[in-house]
Design a protein around this ligand. Sequence first.
Ligand code: PGA
Length: 248
Amino acid sequence: MKYFIGNWKMFGVPKSVNIINKINSFVKNDRNRNKYRIVLTPPYTLIETFAKYFKNKLISIGAQNCFHKDLFSSNTGAVSPYMLKQIGSKYIIIGHSDNRSEGDNDQMLRNKVRFALKHNLRVIFCIGENKKHKKNKKTFTVLKQQLSSVLEKKFKMNNLIIAYEPIWSIGTGMIPSSEDLIKNTSFIKKTLKKIFNSKKTPPVLYGGSVDSNNIEQFSKINIIDGFLIGGASKSSKKFIDIIKNYYR
Ligand code: PGA
């Protein structure tokens, strides 16, 4: 099973439902539709209406972040995983580099993941090295640190998805070489096996400037279990073309 997950970031108003509707119509008639799962993560403001609208359809709705406390608290502007679950969110992105750069640390991320799993959300946990790490050949060290300081063996592995997003590739049009991508994805899977003491691992996705042109290159790398797509997920045509070209 492959995943195509769209991260809308700060984009979308109620009428943007049309974008997801078009994607849904495509999936309905796609002969490959049993091979993949589609998740779209609009901003908090749209989750409830979109989750209701797509309830019995082929697309799942998720959130892009949450606060690091359970249930309710006195933190102004905060939204808990419990609240997101209650309005129909099925998935949640945690640890995106946007949020790490705004102050999310490992301790906060561990709580976010823990509470999200507790409320049966499927967690898409993001990791990735920056340009400097890459240049200094610190990628493995950073990936291992990001995984092992947040994930615990007791976490429900079946509700976890890892998104490998090199920070230097997000929104820049730059993508890793196939060789590096295979190397880093294999390393992530090896590390996950150790953490969970298991032969199986959660799915590992790639994210960072994925578009309908470069997807063919990624489609040749079978150890990648799917994609976290930012910019190109805001257009139904671009998102659909990514899926079409992946299975071409
Ligand atoms: P991008 O974003 O596809 O626009 O590079 C990916 C992400 O931030 O998840």
